[in-house]
Design a protein around this ligand. Structure first.
Ligand code: Q46
Ligand code: ZN
Length: 320
């Protein structure tokens, strides 16, 4: 690599991106990352210049990279850190989020799952669901609620190309048509839901890690200790093997779906939704749901029921 020159400026090369058949120096690589994000935002009309987005920050490389890029692109982006209560892992993750906010200056809102809901992810994992499933549901619920309570209309998440490719692979493998119809880079705002956008869908994990390394952004490197059994990790490994043999496979898999297939699926889903169950506030917490009680409140019940007798904390619920 040391003898190779940046394809853009001729300076000393720092990284090769086989999926783009490009070699970049450090500066041109940062520019490439910002450009990929800017193009994704424009193409899918994710954000307008007067939006005040809230970035869901986990303390990992992806969410810190997207926060940094949005600030550099001129967005007034604040951060939200949701404490999941996964021991030292969560504590170290929070420290990275705080360190970044202190260094760059935007507001960081902190919310703690145990304080708000009466349970943390390790307790949820004792219930009927695998940890990541309960965790994903909790994150969607809590992040949406915090965004609306603090007056943000749009939530930015750090889902990257590898995440999207793994989820797409799993959904195609089982032909989960309903999930495929909702696997969009933008989930529009609707009654009780902030808009959710994923500006990193064209950047791989390797690119966000390199971005953070070059920018001097510290992030949590260790894997979440509760990730065991997450089948997306296995899909990522398989897709990495494919990418090794066929550079660009992940990018064409995801971008082909997002640009060509997904619009047809969501159009068909919208057309078939005319007689779908009505969305109304959850009778417990006020969040939008098609059932009487929302999925998060039902999870809360399962966690409480699975708790050892005598240690069942009082559930904290609110009505809208
Ligand atoms: S935090 Fe939660 Fe992830 Fe840990 S329990 Fe799974 S979903 S792996 S991004
Ligand atoms: Zn509810």
């Amino acid at each position: 690599m040391s003898a190779t020159k940046c394809h853009r400026c001729g300076d000393r090369a720092a990284i090769e991106l086989r999926q783009h058949r490009m070699v970049y120096c450090a500066e041109c690589f940062l520019r490439h990352c910002r450009e990929q994000v800017r193009r994704t935002i424009d193409r899918h009309a994710m954000l307008s210049s007067d939006d005040h987005p809230l970035v869901a920050v986990s303390g990992g490389k992806d969410s810190l990279a997207v926060w940094d890029i949005l600030l550099d692109l001129g967005y007034r982006a604040d951060g939200l850190y949701l404490g999941l209560g996964i021991g030292q892992y969560s504590e170290r993750s929070a420290e990275h989020a705080r360190e970044f906010a202190k260094r760059r200056g935007p507001r960081l809102i902190e919310v703690d799952l145990a304080d708000e809901a009466g349970f943390a992810i390790p307790q949820a994992a004792r219930g009927a669901r695998p940890a990541c499933s309960a965790c994903g549901l909790s994150k969607r619920h809590m992040i949406n609620r915090a965004a609306l309570e603090h007056g943000y209309e749009v939530v930015v998440t750090g889902h990257n190309l590898d995440d999207e490719a793994a989820v797409l692979f799993g959904n195609v493998l089982r032909w989960e048509v309903d999930y495929l119809a909702r696997q969009r880079p933008v989930l529009p705002e609707s009654e009780g839901f902030a808009r959710r956008v994923k500006p990193l869908v064209r950047l791989s994990e390797r690119e966000t890690a390199a971005y953070c390394a070059i920018r001097g952004i510290n992030y949590i490197i260790e894997e979440c200790p509760m990730a065991g059994g997450n089948r997306h990790l296995a899909y990522k490994e398989m897709l990495n093997q494919l990418e090794e043999r066929q550079p660009g496979a992940k990018l064409s898999f995801v971008s082909g779906f997002v640009n060509r297939v997904q619009p047809m699926l969501s159009h068909a889903a919208d057309a078939g939704n005319a007689d779908e169950a009505e969305v109304h506030p959850c009778s417990r917490c006020g969040s939008p749901t098609t059932s009487e009680v929302c999925a998060f409140c039902r999870l809360t019940d399962r966690v409480r029921d699975a708790a050892p007798t005598g240690r069942r904390g009082r559930r904290r619920t609110r009505r809208a």
